[in-house]
Design a protein around this ligand. Sequence first.
Ligand code: NAG
Length: 348
Amino acid sequence: MGRKSLYFLVLGVLVACYIYTSPPDIFEEPWKLMLINVQLKTFVHLRKLDAHRRAVFFVHGGGWCSGSPALRNYDLLSRWTAERLNAVVISIDYRLAPKYHFPIQFEDVYNALRWFLRRNILENYGINPERICVSGDSAGGNLAAAVTQKLFSDSDANIKPKIQALIYPALQPLDLDSPSYQENSDMPILPKSLMVRFWSEYFTRDRSLEKAMLSNEHVSAESSHLFQFVNWSSFLPERFRKGHVYNNPTYGSSELTQKYPGILDVRAAPLLADDSKLRGLPQTFVLTCQYDVLRDDGLMYVTRLRNAGVQVAHYHVEDGFHGAISFPQLKISHRVINQYISWLKENL
Ligand SMILES: *[C@@H]1O[C@H](CO)[C@@H](O)[C@H](O)[C@H]1NC(C)=O
């Protein structure tokens, strides 16, 4: 007997063993029943294999006032992530400004995350509860960082993400004049004026907040203690501080922060969390771009997380600008997305 026929014989016996059951003689159509049984058995086996799938809970950007998982760039990103990681990607919608203001966006995302992180939901999707990432870009990075902080301080959240990934996140509206705001105030895609507009509209339609933010005088002296958490003079690496002089904040009247306390709320400004809160956070990926007003927010979070003992992977894109992942027609988009997905592949 040739080697090939031997293989076929062995294979045949194995298949027969997998299929064959011995139903009582009284059953009619025993072979059909056996085939149905095999289908069910196979389904259960495949489900078990799938139960080790990873998941990415993704929050899209767009200044809290635009964007959707259905936009072509986000849809492509979700598909690529799902394919390359064999992961389940949950890309969520949330209510947007100017119709809805903080904390609606935060709450929508947090509620969706809590809904998702339930054992029966994860089982339905075949997800391994120990391999979940919370991720987002820009305003979505802000929301991803904020809900992750909240989740890790929530004592009745049993299932927690393994890692978080923040792509050029916005992390604080207190100091809107850091070196990256100064250097990139006229950059394409996200000039300073637009970012200030996004921040102020996250809280209100009242244009007087935007005006005060533009002159960086929207926080009053009563909140001066919060500036220690966003002090670029102590948290930026030397090369990013170079050529800039740190001035202590200029304080405004307390009227605006009283009317819009969200400005000082850690759910809107994850950099305002104190070290004890940062200490419990999971391993973190932060991507920053050199030519981006939000660069220093990301850089400061990297320093603060590392100071608190959190493991951080920081990728700085030297020729990057805000929104770089969102333009599949540009080469840089693929380069940055590859870095992000490769990191997830290794760490999730
Ligand atoms: C910021 O840090 C610098 C030195 O690192 C310090 O001199 C300054 O007082 C700090 N300012 C605030 C508001 O924390």
